[in-house]
Write a protein that binds this ligand. Structure first.
Ligand code: F6R
Length: 251
């Protein structure tokens, strides 16, 4: 596992933006896995800015979002489908038909999860998966206890995740308690994984994922099974890491 620590969240986001731009420059038909949430907003903003300046071509890429809430339609203000359109897809030359997000309004979420898993395989798998990290070390919506070989499926969100994400719902809006998420096994099959975690509220999750025991209680710890994972942090998120971290790269 490669660890990159930057002074600020803005610098960490810039580093991740460069990794993504390099990926699509080297392989224009890349299949990207994408997260939502607060952390990648600065990355998506930079990608939009760079695109407006003429940098980055998305015409041949395919995207797969890591998760979506069950019960929200494509147009719901809190849906991840809408988040992706507003924060990235509508601003770059990606083909809408090549952007994939689990359908949160599917009448049979189990069948939808199976379809989504099949679609990823049919596209030849994911070249680069960008992830955030939950305060409880979840990746995607794989909450503590998720099996490391789990596949795309319907999951229940924990109290801590519901609380952390309540800020994204307007007052009075119903917050879903379940989601469809790529499984940890699905994520581990991606050829390259990049995790962005910033801020002091992620320090414990970062330390338990990187320095702790590999266990189902800590979903992020599953990443140590993967041969090509890079974790990009700001100093605040890195503050609980052991000083003897052997592969630490202070870039
Ligand atoms: C979002 C996702 C989640 C988030 C995580 C961190 O698609 O899969 O795992 O990456 O909850 O969220 P933020 O960035 O809001 O702290």
């Amino acid at each position: 596992m490669k660890i990159i620590i930057k002074d600020t969240a803005a610098e960490a986001s810039a580093a991740v933006t460069e990794i993504l731009l390099q990926q699509i420059a080297e392989k224009p038909a890349s299949v990207l896995g994408l997260p939502t949430g607060g952390t990648p907003l600065a990355v998506y903003a930079r990608l939009r800015e760079e695109f407006a300046k003429g940098r980055g071509s998305y015409g041949s890429i395919t995207t797969f979002n890591v998760d979506e809430y069950i019960g929200l339609s494509l147009h719901d203000p809190a849906s991840y489908a809408r988040y992706m359109r507003e924060n990235l897809f509508e601003h770059v030359n990606v083909k809408a038909s090549r952007t994939n997000i689990p359908d949160g309004s599917a009448s049979d979420p189990d069948a939808e999860a199976k379809r989504y898993e099949g679609l990823i395989a049919a596209c030849g798998g994911i070249d680069l998966m960008l992830l955030g990290l939950g305060r409880n070390a979840h990746i995607g919506f794989n909450e503590p206890g998720s099996l490391h070989h789990s596949r795309t499926r319907r999951v229940a969100l924990t109290e801590s995740t519901l609380e952390a994400n309540s800020a994204y719902f307007a007052s009075g809006a119903v917050q879903p308690t379940h989601a469809i998420t790529m499984g940890i096994g699905t994520i581990l099959q991606c050829r390259r994984i990049v995790v962005l975690a910033t801020g002091p509220e992620k320090a414990e999750a970062v330390a338990s994922s990187v320095d702790g025991v590999v266990s189902e209680a800590v979903p992020g710890s599953a990443l140590s099974h993967h041969p090509d994972t890079t974790i990009v942090l700001d100093k605040a998120a890195a503050r609980n890491l052991g000083i003897a971290q052997p592969m630490e790269l202070r870039a």
